[in-house]
Design a protein around this ligand. Structure first.
Ligand code: CP3
Length: 348
């Protein structure tokens, strides 16, 4: 059953009954049942209690009818055992109390062992595999660049000025940090796979801030190390970024069986740039979930027409679900994707 799930089939570019759909950030504050749990626990506490993390992972499975579950965790969790200090401050987002700015800072980052340092993530995966039936489980981590940007800036950023200043002014420090993160993240992602994750996604959410030349010099080798270590386990790997129209071919070279597309590029144009030897995931603008139902349907149909029934399309948003998204509209996307792609499959 699970082996034949439409999500796993699409990741491998095999034909499917209907187009599979899931959403980045499908668990979170837009759901009342998530907010109820968040009244009692912080985000980090949820992640560190495997039963609660598993319960939150299941909320969108029950509420939406999606074709995949994504482990509830956060890309910033490895920052805690690395000894850099992590807190989510209300209204401010993530804050890293000891950011990395010098070679000395890189060298004094703590050694990392995923199984012992983030054992609670592996435990949540094991609980979920025993709970989910027929719905595949996605594990994930941040890509080295996106994680480095938080670690260097000390939190979220608009311009990535500290990150780029390190790249251009102290490249040996930047490369040493990326080297360390690619090893940490490879260990973490492979541990998730060994615990039972059936697909993994690497989030390089902020890499679109870079030019292709800088991507190639400063990011590609490290993302490649991470993606190849996951691919070596023979499970599907999704490689995702935002604002990546000019980077797509380099991202494909770095690795991944599935490449995530944001909404800035029409799905068929993105797929042409990549070639038909990879699957694609995307790419509805998350803001469309605030539009009238008829507009949502029109835009979903447009994306499915661009995919045109080719094997290897996974429907998703171009980035994560936004905070005040109406749940009913998310459910409407799931139903529209399933209904329209079933009709198209019958016509073909
Ligand atoms: O997708 C899912 O349902 C799984 C859970 C998930 C979370 N974070 C939980 C979370 C996933 C896949 C992530 C990934 C993540 N975390 C990314 C990459 C994806 C993307 O959106 O680009 C990034 C950049 C982060 C870092 C992060 N975590 C930020 C910037 C924030 C927002 C801080 C804020 O105050 O809004 C978080 C917090 C976070 N992680 C929330 C959730 C559901 C917000 C809700 C909460 O505080 O309870």
């Amino acid at each position: 059953m699970e082996m034949n799930s439409r999500f796993l089939q699409a990741c491998q570019r095999q034909p499917v009954d209907v187009t599979p759909v899931w959403f980045m950030r499908q668990a979170g504050r837009y759901m009342p049942e998530y907010r109820a749990i968040r009244e009692k626990y912080t985000l980090i506490e949820i992640c560190q209690h495997p039963e609660i993390a598993a319960e939150v992972t299941m909320q969108p499975i029950r509420a939406l009818g999606v074709d995949a579950a994504i482990l509830f965790a956060d890309i910033l969790l490895p920052v805690i055992p690395l000894g850099l200090g992590l807190e989510f401050v209300k209204g401010e987002g993530p804050v890293i109390s000891s950011p990395v700015r010098t070679m000395d800072d890189v060298q004094t980052m703590k050694p990392f062992d995923a199984e012992s340092d983030l054992g609670y993530v592996m435990e949540a995966i094991r609980i979920l595999r025993a709970t989910l039936s027929g719905i595949p489980l996605i594990g994930f981590c941040g890509a080295p660049f996106t994680l480095a940007s938080y670690i260097i800036e000390g939190g979220s950023s608009r311009e990535f000025l500290k990150t780029k200043t390190m790249m251009y002014s102290a490249p040996e420090v930047f490369h040493a940090l990326m080297q360390k993160l690619s090893a940490v993240l490879s260990d973490y992602l492979v541990a998730q796979i060994h615990a039972g994750a059936q697909v993994v996604q690497v989030f390089d959410s902020w890499v679109g801030a870079l030019s292709p030349a800088d991507y190639e010099a400063f990011v590609l080798p490290y993302s490649q190390k991470l993606l190849k270590s996951a691919e070596a386990t023979n499970i599907p790997v999704i490689h995702f970024g935002v604002n990546t129209t000019t980077l797509l071919q380099l991202m494909k070279r770095a690795g991944g069986n599935v490449i995530g597309l944001d909404w800035r590029i029409p799905l068929d144009d993105g797929w042409s740039l990549l070639g038909d030897d990879v699957a694609v995931q995307g790419n509805l603008d998350p803001a469309l979930l605030f539009a009238p139902r008829s507009e949502i349907r029109t835009r979903v149909h447009d994306i499915l027409r661009r995919a045109n029934g080719r094997p290897g399309h996974i429907f998703n948003l171009g980035h994560g679900i936004l905070q005040h998204t109406p749940v009913d509209n998310v459910k409407a996307v799931v139903d529209t994707v399933h209904e329209y792609s079933a009709v198209k499959a019958n016509v073909l």
